[in-house]
Write a protein that binds this ligand. Structure first.
Ligand code: 1HE
Length: 268
């Protein structure tokens, strides 16, 4: 059953635990889910709650859009130092998603714009429906990305494509977004949430330690030199493989009790 994620802001973010999967819904549709200071705090509370009780989580937007980015109305009155602090707060909240304890899947539809794309980039899998579009209109607004985009979005699609989007205001379709690595799945309009829940439900059945390693070790190894990455990988591989849960799961496979791989027939 759906309940409020915060007592302070019961309406800004919806929260629902469905089995082992937490559903976190951005719920400010009249402002296209634009993220204000209060909104980022409501997201932080929902993220913490999901990490404490779920094995995987989905983040999605209520209304016709995922998220229109930073609340521009609020930004107008800010001083430089307030802007820095606000950006650092977004970084901290999005880091809880990216390097937390459970996998996060973003279900994207409508606008995935500015800070909305930065939020999506902090999750581990992005599912877009046909209505999703991506844009970085910061240049037109006279601002810059501040929610981790220059790091996370640039690493997803490359700095050249990001520069193109920021310089020209280019709006990118779901299909192009998939080609550019902004989404791993494109589904029919209205289907992103179901697909994201399906994927999260599968991810929730993995060994917790393997998921933790994927979330925390994989991106760090990307930032290492090749030899350092290989060295660290061996330790993480040994640590996970020798865990009691791995022992049981490996035994299950050898005794033919494990679920078979779901090999796609034709197009995956
Ligand atoms: C907003 C915001 C917002 C909508 N801040 N209020 N983001 C942007 O530059 C995107 C700005 N938004 C848009 O381009 C459009 O709203 C959409 C394409 C997303 C949706 O269009 P539409 O026709 O469905 O809605 P609308 O009529 O434009 O907006 C509905 C209301 O939401 C309206 O308010 P109202 O009081 O007149 O009803 C809009 O003002 C309001 N609204 N988006 C504040 N973003 C950490 S750094 C990150 C930097 C960025 O994110 S830059 C990108 C900012």
């Amino acid at each position: 059953d759906t309940s409020a994620a915060t007592s302070a802001d019961p309406d800004l973010v919806t929260y629902e635990l469905k089995g082992d999967v937490a559903l976190v819904g951005l719920n400010r549709p009249d402002k296209r889910n634009a993220i204000s200071d209060r909104f980022i705090e409501a997201i932080a509370v929902a993220v913490a709650r999901a990490q404490s009780e779920a094995k995987a989580a989905v983040i999605f937007g209520h209304g016709n859009h995922f998220c229109a980015g930073l609340d521009l109305a609020e930004h107008v009155q800010k001083s430089p130092i307030e802007g820095v602090k606000g950006s650092r707060r977004w970084h901290a909240v999005f880091a809880e998603i990216e390097h937390g304890t459970i996998p996060w899947i973003a279900a994207l539809h409508g606008a995935v714009v500015g800070g909305g794309l930065e939020l999506a980039a902090s999750t581990h899998i992005r599912v877009a429906d046909q209505s999703a579009f991506f844009a970085l209109p910061e240049g037109q607004r006279g601002i810059f990305v501040g929610g981790g985009g220059s790091v996370r979005v640039a690493r997803l699609m490359g700095a050249a494509r990001m520069a193109d989007m920021m310089l020209t205001g280019r709006v990118v379709s779901a299909e192009t977004g998939e080609r550019w690595n902004l989404a791993s799945y494109v589904v029919d309009e209205g289907g992103a949430l179901d697909k994201a829940v399906e994927l999260a439900t599968v991810a929730a059945t993995n060994a917790e330690l393997s998921n933790y390693a994927v979330i925390n070790a994989l991106p760090r190894i990307q930032d290492m030199a090749k030899e350092d990455g290989l060295f660290v990988e061996s330790f993480i591989a040994s640590f996970t493989t020798t865990s009691p849960e791995a022992e049981e799961r490996l035994k299950a496979f050898l005794e033919k009790r494990a679920k078979r791989l779901n090999v796609p027939k034709g197009d995956a």
